[in-house]
Design a binder for this molecule. Structure first.
Ligand SMILES: Cc1ncc(COP(=O)(O)O)c(C=O)c1O
Length: 352
């Protein structure tokens, strides 16, 4: 039997967004302008920080955040190994030294105890992505006494003890790539309470019309993207609500306590952490790859949560939890427009 494909992720774009984006295009004012400024204020307001600087991507935002913290050659930066290569690239862009850290089995987030072991006098920053929508243990990570860049690429709207992630570190970054919690196609933002850092980032983002020369970048966002972002942000809380509803369905139908799926470990709920379920990651006792293949054969595009951990690219060893997650973790489709019918199809395929 032929099935409709259920993709792994899908942006939720309404007619309103198409209309507002078309209006900006028709206006002829396409590049960075008033909508970028409004989008920056709106996101900063939503998170609860002073201001934001919109960028062309999350990677650009990470690059500028490292520069704002003064990270450069000879400095060390801690990051988890179980992430995409964007973090590795940003550290390479500033010519700093990378120190990889293993992650937690329960949520895939950077392990604070392992991070502590890797802090030296040269450690200038730690990038903390709140992975898959679940806040990392920011209280323990703050105790390391190292400047923190919170990475909200997968977790805008998530909360830790009632406060939004992005308000705990020295600086935070977002990504608005097409698959993210909300999207501008491509895009990102740096957020902070420090006016000095925000001014520095604003200066570095635009290269033109400056009194004196310094190496700067073209990391600007367009007004077409920003107007889309403004509309997406208005819907973000509803997107999160729908993601949580789907997660509850998965919890109830796949839960080990029901005895239905004893070989399947579900995302753990943790006290004080408001997960936004960017991903719904399950762990199976057998091989994740073979189950992903079986689901694909039924038109269900589940995936490994991470394509390849950074230590594998760099041929480093000693990250047993990340290695185990690579063997057993599966990210099931979850996105606001996934219907109840679609979720039920996923549930019954996983049970099978
Ligand atoms: C945790 C994390 N940080 C940063 C990025 C980079 O964002 P972008 O693709 O917008 O450059 C991603 C992208 O997937 C991500 O997952």
């Amino acid at each position: 039997m032929k099935h409709n494909i259920i993709p792994h992720s899908k942006p939720t774009i309404s007619k309103k967004e198409c209309i507002v984006a078309a209006k900006v295009i028709a206006s002829g004012m396409l590049a960075q302008g008033k909508y970028v400024k409004s989008f920056e204020s709106a996101v900063a307001n939503y998170i609860g920080v002073k201001d934001g600087v919109a960028t062309s991507s999350g990677t650009a935002a990470l690059h500028l955040a490292l520069l704002a913290l003064g990270v450069g050659r000879g400095d060390e930066v801690l990051i988890p190994t179980y992430v995409c290569t964007a973090l590795l690239n940003a550290i390479k862009y500033v010519d700093a030294t990378l120190k990889l850290v293993d992650v937690n089995w329960c949520d895939g987030n950077i392990n604070a105890r392992e991070a502590k072991k890797r802090v030296t006098k040269k450690t200038k920053a730690i990038i903390v992505p709140h992975m898959f929508g679940m806040p990392a243990n920011i209280t323990e990570l703050k105790k390391l006494g190292v400047p923190i860049i919170e990475d909200l690429a997968q977790s805008i709207g998530a909360t830790f003890n009632g406060k939004k992630v992005g308000t705990f570190g020295d600086i935070a970054i977002c990504s608005f790539y097409a698959t993210k919690m909300m999207t501008t196609g491509e895009g990102g933002m740096v957020l902070s309470n420090s006016r000095a850092m925000l001014n520095k980032i604003r200066d570095l983002r635009d290269y033109d019309n400056k009194i004196s020369y310094a190496l700067r970048f073209n990391y600007k966002m367009t007004d077409i993207q920003a107007v889309l972002g403004i509309e997406q942000l208005k819907q973000l809380n509803n997107f999160i609500k729908r993601r949580r509803m789907i997660a509850r369905m998965y919890d109830q139908q796949l839960g080990t306590d029901t005895g239905i799926c004893p070989q399947c470990e579900l995302p753990r709920r943790r006290k004080g952490r408001g997960n936004v379920y960017f991903r719904y990651v399950i762990k199976v006792s057998g091989s994740a790859v073979s189950i992903i293949k079986k689901l694909r054969a039924q038109g269900i595009y589940a995936a490994s949560p991470i394509f390849k951990p950074l230590h594998s690219y760099l041929q480093q060893k000693g990250f047993p939890i990340a290695d185990k997650l690579m063997q057993h973790a599966i990210s099931l489709p979850i996105y606001p427009s996934l219907t109840d019918k679609g979720s039920k199809r996923i549930i019954s395929a996983v049970k099978e």
